[in-house]
Ligand binder design. Structure first.
Ligand code: ATP
Ligand code: MN
Length: 484
């Protein structure tokens, strides 16, 4: 007999037919006349109820059917007598693949805290919350590839091991095969990387952008989607040491095109999730509502998860310059009452309290901030022309800020003028020689181009309504966290 995942079975199976279902026991309930078992196989948030008559199953078998045990059940699909499900399976045969000792199995049918579940990240995908998150994460990843494929982008795989430490995006993890206890030394006493595997110092990548630019200036429109590593010791709910970044890069795009792409892209993938993950999102929407009830009135969010997602896809993002944003912040109530922890003035890097004020209090919408001071942005961002209000002082950068998240996207139009780019490198202390291959794109057939980086987990965080980025990646990597 053919086996159907529960997701398909619930959609297509005919009452009266014989079916086989396989999955893990969520709950078992015994009444006078029958035993009710809720099975879940991870294909959907919904369980299938399988039912045996009292006395039908041998006592030894029944004893092994406990939460977490894995079963294969064959029987007739019938209309359910009970409330809560339309159909159920009348058991005719059961195979127990693997029992789960109820005294030892850590996942029991009750609410476990997210902190506890992080300690058993190897088992948490078996919970409703985490299986929902992982299915949504999958749908979003698929939507990302679909969006770019539908729009003529090519998927470019940029290296994970890189020799350029010049990007300045963050602290890096070193990649080496040298003996950690006795590395070879140069005459000056430094580690001699010429004897290392690659003959030079290498690290895990913090961004695929520089290589992405090489691709865009050959293929036109490219995107990367791969693991990215930052060794910052920031123990926040928004940072991972290993995360996945999506970086489109497009020849002939300017800052405006870049913003249009970013906005259309995030809205399209969120819409995809709403269309394809309705059950999982409804479950997480409910979960969030329950959680909100435990908060103080003034801390409760005005919108539910589904309302928030609908709101984001149906409203235009606010676009304003850094200069205008600073003006709003300087004149804001919290600034005047001294409620910001960090003071704001033109030139400072905005803190997340400032970003959140703009997004959550002032505009109540996603915001794209542009034209940041050059001093706080990366060397490859294009200098603003003389015609701007702050000539030469700002760059064509854009950050997309989301409610509850802060920065979800960072990008820019790139400096395509060789001389200006080299001057900027000298300014920030990057040896142009070290990036000779990058500079070649400006030497030969340079072109205007723009791109951005979207942290995939921050997107998943937003779409699932979760509060901690460690809960939206299966096996998080963070300071002191690499167990599973
Ligand atoms: P932040 O200021 O939030 O630390 P950033 O400005 O250092 O981020 P970028 O270098 O602009 O980040 O990277 C592009 C995107 O990658 C960010 O907008 C964010 O979505 C994501 N990102 C950056 N660092 C991390 C991290 N440590 N963990 C998860 N996502 C990250
Ligand atoms: Mn950024």
């Amino acid at each position: 007999m053919s086996y159907l995942p529960i997701q398909q079975l619930l959609k297509t199976a005919q009452i009266g037919t014989d079916v086989t279902v396989k999955g893990w026991v969520r709950t078992k309930r015994e009444s006078k006349n029958a035993v009710f078992i809720a099975l879940n196989d991870g294909s959907t948030i919904n369980n299938i109820q399988v039912v045996a008559e009292a006395g039908q199953l041998p006592e030894e078998t029944l004893k092994l059917i406990t939460t977490g045990a894995c079963l294969s059940v064959t029987g007739q699909l019938v209309a359910s007598q009970g409330a809560g499900q339309a159909i159920e399976v009348k058991i005719s045969a059961v195979t127990i693949y693997g029992p789960a000792d109820p005294d030892k199995y850590p996942l029991q049918p009750k609410r476990h805290s997210l902190e506890f579940l992080r300690e058993i990240a190897h088992l948490r995908p078996r919970t409703n919350t985490f299986s929902a998150i992982l299915r949504i994460r999958h749908a979003l990843a698929f939507a990302v590839h679909k969006y770019f494929n539908d729009n003529g982008f090519f998927y470019l795989n940029t290296p994970i091991i890189t020799a350029s430490d010049a990007e300045g995006a963050g602290e890096m993890f070193r990649v080496t095969t040298l003996d950690a206890t006795k590395p070879p030394l140069t005459e000056e006493g430094n580690v001699d990387y010429s004897q290392d595997f690659f003959g030079r110092e290498t690290n895990l990548t913090v961004s695929g952008q520089l290589e992405g630019e090489l691709g865009a200036l050959a293929l036109g429109k490219i995107y990367t989607f791969g693991p990215t590593f930052r060794a910052e010791n920031s123990n926040t709910t928004r940072h991972l040491a290993e995360f996945w970044m999506i970086e489109p890069e497009v020849a002939f795009n300017d800052l405006e095109d870049n913003m249009n792409l970013a906005e259309d892209f995030v809205k399209t993938v969120i819409r995809y999730a709403l269309q394809h993950c309705a059950d999982d999102l409804a479950f997480l929407d409910n979960r969030l509502k329950e959680e909100e009830k435990t908060k103080k009135k003034e801390e409760q969010s005005e919108l539910g998860l589904l309302e928030k997602l609908q709101f984001v896809i149906s409203n235009e993002f606010v676009r304003l310059t850094y200069t205008d944003a600073v003006e709003i912040l300087v004149n804001s109530k919290p600034a005047k009452k001294g409620q910001f922890q960090y003071e704001v003035s033109w030139g400072v890097d905005l803190q997340s309290e400032h970003e959140r004020y703009l997004v959550e209090k002032h505009f109540k919408k996603p915001v794209i901030l542009t034209n940041y001071p050059r001093a706080i942005k990366a060397f490859y961002m294009k200098l603003d022309e003389e015609s701007s209000t702050t000539p030469g002082q700002t760059v064509r950068a854009m950050d997309v800020l989301f409610p509850g998240i802060g920065e979800i996207i960072g990008g820019s139009q790139r400096e395509d003028d060789f001389d200006k780019l080299v001057a900027r490198m000298h300014e920030v202390g990057i040896e142009p020689e070290a990036l000779w291959w990058y500079l070649d794109t400006r030497r030969f057939g340079s072109a205007p181009h723009a791109g951005f980086g979207l942290g995939f987990e921050r997107l998943v965080l937003f779409v699932t309504g979760m509060g901690n980025i460690r809960d939206v990646i299966p096996f998080p990597r963070a300071p002191k966290t690499a167990e599973f």
